[in-house]
Design a protein around this ligand. Structure first.
Ligand code: NAD
Length: 228
């Protein structure tokens, strides 16, 4: 595994979960092997892109055989670190924090939410489908004692850096930040940022782009009709 992980581009890392999702579907259908060409028609990347991506990690394919679906699934899972369980806390148990706490799918994927934390006394002590909301005052001790790996930041933007500092100090290895602000973390802590609105803005762009092209096509057709 991972012959050269340090040099793997973020673009490749971002494609791996997609490969893995398709491999899960193939496994469900009982498919045992797949060529890069077949994988390409399924997933939409070119066969050479797939070979290049997977070569980053040492290949896994066999000439004339293709890829073992189960083997590739296990390798990609291991590369992504999905072959173990992660313990997480949510900080900020408002709308978003509660939605994440109640979303059971993460646990099925090995990401267990152990507790949520908040400063609001009206929320502290409440139970979110088996996940307790605890007092933010006690977060450092909890993270240390419960060996928490990941902190999920769901507080308002002004408090996000302070929360990130505390989580890093307490010993988390990764921070998943939902607050709409840039935060800084020490080099030993991994940071992943989620902006749902970026995705929505991208959708708006593509919708308008399609519309503009349709208008241009209509205009072109009208001009041609006038010429005939
Ligand atoms: N990234 C995204 O795509 C996305 C989507 C939705 C919301 N958000 C962001 O997520 C955050 C939460 O949104 P929301 O709608 O759940 O807000 P909310 O006001 O419902 O919840 C925020 C919670 O954080 C708590 N809080 C504030 N400071 C805290 C601290 N220092 N420690 C512990 N708890 C603290 C508050 O008491 C509150 O319960 C906001 O920053 C929002 O902008 C991001």
């Amino acid at each position: 595994m991972g012959k050269n992980n340090a040099k793997i581009s973020n673009a490749v890392i971002k494609r791996l979960p997609r490969y893995r999702r398709y491999l899960i579907e193939l496994k469900k259908k009982g498919v045992e092997k797949i060529s890069s060409k077949e994988f390409s028609s399924l997933i939409g990347y070119t066969a050479s892109q797939i070979r290049q991506d997977l070569n980053n990690f040492g290949g896994f394919g066999q000439q004339g055989y293709g890829y073992s679906v189960d083997g590739l699934y296990k390798e990609i899972s291991a590369i992504l670190g999905l072959d173990k369980e992660y313990r997480m806390v949510i900080v900020g148990a408002g709308n978003l924090g509660q939605a994440i706490a109640k979303y059971t799918h993460f646990h099925k994927q090995g990401f267990k939410v152990c507790a949520a934390f908040d400063i609001n006394p009206n929320l502290i002590g409440k139970d979110l489908d088996g996940i307790e909301i605890l007092d933010y005052e006690n977060i450092v001790e909890y993270v240390e004692e419960e060996e928490i790996d990941i902190g999920i930041i769901c507080v308002n933007r002004d408090n996000a850096q302070e929360v990130a500092d505390k989580l890093s100090f307490a010993g988390v290895k990764g921070i998943w930040n939902f607050a709409p602000t840039d935060i800084e973390v020490p080099t030993h802590v991994a940071l992943e940022v989620v902006h749902l609105s970026d995705s929505l803005h991208s959708l708006a762009y593509h919708m308008n782009d399609i519309q503009k092209k349709e208008v241009a096509q209509d205009k072109h057709r009208e001009e041609e009709n006038l010429r005939d």
